[in-house]
Design a protein around this ligand. Structure first.
Ligand code: AHR
Length: 497
């Protein structure tokens, strides 16, 4: 089968915002404890931060990390996690019914962010708490000195403010599972008032309002409309969350998950712009996809059905080659919407539905999904270009016939490098002809691919490199065109320099 892809620098979508390559650290399962933080581990520093994990986070190319939840934040007191460790209370976390030692908290996270070279993105608790606690947290983080909360931070040994710019106003407040969940009207009012107080403390911060927990929520789009109508002037972003379950629908629909994400993003943009028109505002609300990934959710045991545990191994999904292709395709979809979708958080970062896994006391290793993320984060620079694609189609149960090949490109104006990110989500090989006649100065460079004769292949602690990317030289351009074969269920980054 044959597909064609045409690129032209005239078809620019928008700049590549580095914040698209964010991730998420929640106090859930082993993401924090025995994930990024494990005092006594041979690779840990004197503060307990695992250096082997930090190295992998840097290799992954993560730009920003959302913290501390997730559902966890909706019953969290940030004050429990600051000050002398010996004085910190042991609490029952209601989101996951786990014991929280509070040995790791805000200032440890900020030190870890610095070591990992990532921008922190904080969430405030609007489930069991409200305006005062949210404003005090901004004060603790961002005010240099001379106020009670700023001086408390200094007393805790942190002289410089953390200067956190990006803040989530709660988490998934529409979800019945959320501690303190609300109606859209209740949440819209609270988010407006909390946001106002937080911006009074520090007018330079940016705020993310909770959108729906996912596009399948019965209140999806109506929730966004109501919340934004109330909070439009206070907020800068609306959040989107979506996890794709390989076992929920037919397999072909899973491979085509990016079709769903394309539609989800378009619907939220339309809803935000509808409210903009209705309110007659000029400001546009951008999108923060601050939880996304593949998650074998049908295997998940609800918190109510589990006993209370200390650091349980929760949702440590092991990812296949197919999952890696889907993650790569979701990144293609995100780049395609770079004009409005400017924040993304792969959820989560370590152990919990994560690209990085760790063994307590042992090594850290890369899951299959690590690779498309790392290469996209490294290679997507400059401006996103729309790719004109003609592709054979494949049948899916949920979306009908969809193109087997999907792609997007970026051009780095500084180096002149053009990179095409492409997937074959079908089960037949496809010969992809690339037409780059509009770029007379580029030459074919490297091709980095993830694929395998066994699409169910996985990495594991015992075989951490079973699935690795393959790098090879691409065939030279001939008259501005070249052809590469995309094997079934595969992801590719094709560079032209
Ligand atoms: O990432 C796991 C959980 O999924 C988060 O805590 C929550 O926000 C979402 O439902």
């Amino acid at each position: 089968e044959l597909a064609r892809l045409t690129l032209d620098p005239a078809f620019a979508i928008g700049p590549v915002d580095r914040r698209l390559f964010g991730s998420f650290v929640e106090h859930m399962g082993r993401c924090v404890y025995t994930g990024i933080f494990e005092p006594g581990h041979p690779a840990a520093d004197d503060e307990g931060l695992r250096g082997d994990v930090v190295d992998l986070v840097r290799e992954l190319g993560v730009s920003l990390v959302r913290y501390p939840g997730g559902n966890f934040v909706s019953n969290y007191r940030w004050e429990d996690g600051v000050g002398p460790v010996g004085d910190r209370p042991r609490r029952l976390d209601l989101a996951w019914r786990s014991l929280e030692s509070n040995a790791f908290g805000l200032n440890e996270f900020m030190r870890w962010s610095e070591r990992a070279g990532v921008e922190p993105m904080m969430a405030v608790n609007l489930g069991t708490r409200g305006i005062a606690e949210a404003a005090e947290l901004v004060e603790y983080c961002n005010v240099p000195d001379g106020t009670a909360a700023a001086d408390l931070r200094r007393k805790h040994g942190v002289a410089q403010p953390h200067d956190v710019k990006l803040w989530c106003l709660g988490n998934e407040m529409d979800g019945p599972w959320q501690i303190g969940s609300m109606t859209a009207h209740e949440y819209g009012r609270l988010a407006t008032r909390a946001g106002q107080a937080m911006k009074r403390v520090d007018p330079s911060i940016e705020l993310v309002a909770c959108g729906s927990s996912n596009a399948d929520m019965p209140t999806f789009a109506a929730w966004e409309a109501t919340v934004l109508e109330l909070a439009y002037d206070q907020v800068d972003y609306v959040s989107l969350h979506h996890y794709y379950d390989p076992e929920k629908h037919d397999e072909a629909s899973f491979r085509a998950s990016a079709v769903n994400l394309d539609g989800f993003v378009d619907d939220v943009v339309a809803t935000a712009d509808h409210i903009r028109a209705k309110l007659r505002r000029s400001k546009r609300i951008n999108l923060s996809l601050d939880e996304w990934n593949v998650w074998y959710q049908s295997r998940f045991t609800e918190p109510e059905d589990r006993g209370i545990e200390d650091t349980p191994a929760l949702i440590e999904d092991t990812y296949t080659v197919t999952d890696a292709m889907v993650v790569g395709n979701l990144l293609i979809s995100m780049l395609r919407h770079a004009d409005r979708l400017t924040v993304g958080c792969l959820a989560q970062l370590v152990n919990v539905i994560a690209p990085i896994r760790t063994e307590p006391g042992g090594p850290a290793w890369r899951q299959t999904i690590f690779h498309p993320f790392a290469h996209t984060a490294r290679l997507a620079r400059g401006t996103v270009l729309r790719a004109g694609i003609q592709s054979p189609t494949m049948p899916t149960g949920r979306y009908g016939d969809v193109p087997a090949v999907d792609a997007v490109a970026t051009i780095d104006e500084n180096s002149g490098q053009v990179v095409v990110f492409a997937v074959n989500r079908g089960t037949e090989p496809v010969a992809l002809e690339l037409d780059l006649r509009a770029f007379p100065r580029v030459r074919a460079g490297e091709r980095i691919s993830i694929g395998d004769d066994d699409p169910a292949a996985v990495n594991s602690a015992a075989a951490p490199d079973r699935v690795c990317p393959r790098t090879e030289k691409m065939p030279d351009l001939d008259g501005g065109r070249t052809t590469v074969v995309l094997p079934p269920v595969s992801w590719h980054a094709l560079s032209f320099t």
